[in-house]
Write a protein that binds this ligand. Structure first.
Ligand code: SAM
Length: 301
């Protein structure tokens, strides 16, 4: 199934303001998706400007933009620096990341991201990747599963859930999203939809190595940005936002404040907004997917 609208860009104006585009600059949209943000960036560039866009999902290529200033990289953004180097680019003026999955991916029944469809347990963003949700659910040991449910899904009964899954899968492999839901149904705590969303989020983060990729991309962005260059990151859950917040505060994803020889705090980035930026009520009404978005903007010092 192909969704009518691939993806509505979230906080478009705020992201553009955050990038503070220099018309002849070089920019990277590391999460191209439907290309909404990329198009807005191109609109502000002159003939000397350049935009690189990354997306590891083949499906995103249906939205490619024909423009001599646009260069698409069909790879994981954890290899940002390597691929830019291949394009003879070692410095950029801005990096935009709109993390997570697109509406297209969520609404596509076959991909296995949505709790409301029945699909194979897939959840891969990239078709080239081997690890699937089916393997995570059926092959990971109980401790690994409990950790994933607890740390990535923030589920209170993570251990119980892991033990239930390990017991049930002895009798029969769990192959589809609805088999998974049926298996754990009696152990759902609190609001059903929320619980299932957190469970699916946890598995998806593991399948796609999302937090590791985010950390890599942030580190490499810092090396690529020129002084005064902008880092604009939109996240959709607290695990991602914590990493971004730590990074902007300290220059490392652990949030460890560094000091120089004289004990003076050294910071490679300065936050442009003291407070986190959230979508307006109007935007949330028009595009409910924007609801959990959190935007952070920083400048390289
Ligand atoms: C929220 S959507 C971006 C939407 C886009 N800003 C727009 O306006 O249409 C996230 C996109 O980033 C891609 N993506 C997520 N993580 C990625 C990664 N580590 N490497 C490359 N692409 C990634 C997903 O496949 C998805 O298409």
């Amino acid at each position: 199934m192909v969704a009518d609208i691939y993806h509505i860009p979230v906080m478009l104006q705020q992201c553009m303001a955050g990038l503070n585009i220099k018309p002849n600059g070089t920019y990277v949209d590391v999460t191209f998706g439907g290309g909404g943000h990329s198009k807005a960036i191109l609109n502000q560039l002159n003939d000397n400007g350049k935009l690189f866009a990354f997306d590891q999902d083949e499906a995103a290529q249906q939205n490619l933009i024909t423009d001599p200033r646009f260069h698409f990289v069909a790879h994981n953004f954890k290899h940002l620096q390597k691929f830019l180097r291949l394009h003879q680019t070692t410095q950029v003026h801005g990096v935009l990341a709109d993390l997570g999955i697109s509406s297209y991916q969520l609404n596509n029944e076959e991909r296995g991201f949505a709790t409301r469809f029945n699909a194979d347990l897939d959840m891969r963003m990239s078709q080239e990747q081997n690890l699937t949700a089916q393997q995570v659910v059926n092959e990971y040991d109980q401790k690994q599963l409990a950790d994933i449910f607890y740390y990535y899904g923030e589920l209170n009964n993570a251990r119980k859930l892991a033990s239930v899954l390990c017991e049930k899968r002895k009798a029969q492999t769990i192959n589809t999203t609805q088999e998974l839901i049926a298996t754990i149904e009696p152990w759902i705590k609190g609001k059903r939809n929320r619980y299932l969303a957190q469970l699916f989020q946890a598995i998806r983060i593991e399948v796609n190595g999302e937090l590791t990729a985010l950390k890599e991309m942030l580190k490499q962005s810092l090396e690529l940005l020129v002084t005064g260059g902008r880092l604009v990151v939109m996240s959709y859950h607290s695990l991602e936002d914590r990493i971004v917040k730590n990074f902007i505060r300290s220059g490392n994803t652990e949030g460890v404040i560094q000091k120089d020889f004289y004990g003076k705090i050294t910071k490679p980035l300065k936050a442009i907004n003291r407070k986190i930026i959230l979508p307006s009520e109007v935007e949330i009404t028009e595009n409910p997917r924007a609801r959990s978005a959190k935007l952070r903007i920083a400048e390289k010092l």
